[in-house]
Design a binder for this molecule. Sequence first.
Ligand code: LMR
Length: 397
Amino acid sequence: MFEHLQPTKMDPILSLMAAYRADPREQKIDLGVGVYMDDRGHTPVMRAVKEAEARLMELEDTKSYQGIAGDPQYNEHILALLFGAQHSILKSGRVRTIQAPGGSGALRVGAELIGRAKPNAKVWVGIPTWPNHIPLISGAGLKIQEYPYYDLVARKINVEAMMETLRGVPSGDIVLLHGCCHNPTGADLTEEQWDQIADLALERGFIPYIDTAYQGLGEGLEVDAYGVRSMAMKLPEMIIASSCSKNFGLYRERTGSITFLSATPAQADIVASQAMSVARQMYSMPPAHGALLVAMILGDQQLRAQWSQELDEVRDRINAMRQLLTERIQQNDAGMDFSHIQQQRGMFSFLGIASQQIERLRDEYGIYIVSSTRVNLAGINSGNIDYLAASMHAVLG
Ligand code: LMR
């Protein structure tokens, strides 16, 4: 049977990661895949995570199955992180979360659940979006529709076009939104725009599906959750896929969760049972290690304080690199304006240069940037900024 298969195209981000690793040049720079790197270009294990791992090694006395929903304490902590411990929604009985294998696993559980609840619902995806959103969601059998999000020429969110399209979304359809640190553009909705979309969702009857994989990397844990929290105050139903890959640096541990807000507690129970049935069919149970670490960190005052400080350091370093890159390339022979980079948030920004320039940076200079022109600002450091800026000026000029 395998003779009927044709090779398939690899995901653009993961294939870039493989190409970077295979590049023998010493002076190469990885601005591709979204992982945090320190000033040495290394992706560290957070100190709070290391400490939690040491404690877990001592305390863990079984590797028996955990259950389809994963670790209950982790799930409680994730709800508090997403909504804030005092949010009224947590006392309403309308919200349920289950642990999932990373943000991608969470997104797929959510998509499968939408397929069970409303097989004909369409999922509206802002353009551009994370390249895996569309295959992940359409792989669950759902139809995709697009709404305009980012204006490549004006280098900002195209609010008018986005709102106009969203005004036409039929009742019962799903609208995918990025909770914060928009991937790939770094252009986030303002609080006012979140409120407008929430009002529109109520009026039109569409259901927000929020992907929030970078909470804490934009403005901070609380501010970054504004969209999730304000929508939860207003709307009867919503889905949130979240991840601890970036804010806990647990990428390879596949630590995510999927959260459902239902109109009533009774419906919430049914949704949770359906989500667990989806999980059981796909992977049975999520991996335990990362979630146990997160639960331990968030449940321990000292570890939590340490983690929160490290997260601040991550965010501050990324913002410093934003500033540095802008300063170093703003004056250029092509007269291109890069000031938008400073306004954006999270790990990424769109450079907005031509695809030939992206290719030249990779082929001639060993600088790896996703073809959409998305740069991971955490890949910049004091050791590579001069080379990066000189290479950028060479291809821009
Ligand atoms: C990214 O956007 O680079 C990350 O979320 C990694 C991935 O899986 O694509």
